[in-house]
Ligand binder design. Structure first.
Ligand code: G1P
Length: 299
């Protein structure tokens, strides 16, 4: 394999139980929660497609059938909309099925993010690939994934995305210790720690949910022991690759300064929906003035 193998595959872990959103997620995958009028997962698959990743493997689990149904065609619905002449809705439902080839594999026993990525080993094979976490939405005006793919092709290693957060917020993320690479638009990762206490964090650079990985990560994951939360952590495998020389070694980070919407907990999910709705041409013009008067009426 050469480091310039074109990257076409994306892995989207989607086996999480979504307990933060109960009871909404009792019978529905959290990935299907609507962000304005599209399920959160569709934003992520669309982002992968825009970056040229047309082969998507979703790592799912029990009670996730709705994901497969959503990305499948419904000929009877399409025919009804066509008959009614509702071309706009027809276009929007066809969008979800035209995003690429979506494959599914089940992570029978969810043992952490690292384990979910390892489930993709056979499908991915010996090529670099992307991992997109469904809780993070990246604004389509900010081209993060394409930049990361480009850095992977130039370095031949693995690439993460990091974002500056308030120091006390770092315990919700992987934290990266990085150093500059002269003349480059990326940095080199020296150390990674999964969800450190703020006083133990090497920096306030938080790992966000986009990765472009060298396939060497699989062999490392196979022997990565459970870490934080007794789960097999992707962060721990990348920490090992960061200090490795030669084929598959080296981890680099793109520092993201664009717009990221976290849909992983209730409060940030609500903020994401409101922010994205304000930006929409069909909703923003009425929503923005209403929001202003609503806010003015708050104590
Ligand atoms: C995962 C990773 C963590 C990363 C985060 C980004 O954690 O383990 O390193 O910072 O995603 O969203 P999770 O949020 O799944 O607990």
């Amino acid at each position: 394999m050469s480091s310039s193998t074109r990257i076409t595959k994306a892995v989207i872990p989607a086996a999480g139980l979504g307990t933060r959103f109960l009871p909404a997620t009792k019978a529905m995958p959290k990935e299907m929660l609507p962000v304005v009028d599209e399920p959160a997962i569709q934003y992520v698959v669309a982002e992968a497609a825009r970056a040229g990743l047309s082969d998507v493997l979703m790592v799912t689990g029990r009670s996730k059938r709705a994901l497969e149904d959503h990305f499948d065609r419904v000929p009877s619905l399409e025919a009804t909309l066509a008959e009614k002449g509702d071309t706009e809705k027809l276009r929007r439902i066809q969008q979800a099925t035209a995003l690429g080839d979506i494959h599914y594999i089940r992570q029978g026993d969810p043992r952490g993010l690292g384990h979910a990525v390892l489930c993709a080993k056979l499908h991915v094979g010996n090529e670099p690939f992307a991992v997109l976490l469904g809780d993070d939405l990246i604004d389509e005006r900010d081209e993060l994934l394409r930049t990361m793919i480009d850095v992977q092709q130039r370095t031949g290693g693995s690439v993460i995305a990091v974002m500056e957060v308030e120091p006390e917020a770092i315990s919700a993320y992987g934290a990266a210790d990085v150093e500059e690479v002269e003349g480059e638009d990326y940095v080199r990762v020296k150390k990674l720690v999964e969800k450190p206490a703020p006083e133990e964090a090497p920096s306030n650079l938080a790992v966000i949910g986009r990765y472009v990985l060298h396939p060497a990560v699989f062999e490392v994951l196979e022997r990565t022991a459970p870490g934080r939360g007794n789960e097999i952590q992707l962060t721990d495998a990348l920490e090992e690759l960061a200090t490795r020389d030669g084929e598959g070694g080296g981890v680099y980070a793109v520092v993201f300064r664009g717009r990221r919407y976290d849909t992983g907990d209730k409060l940030s999910y609500i903020k994401a929906v409101v922010t994205l709705a304000c930006d929409r041409g069909d909703l923003g013009p009425e929503l923005r003035p209403w929001l202003k008067s609503f806010v003015a009426g708050l104590d």
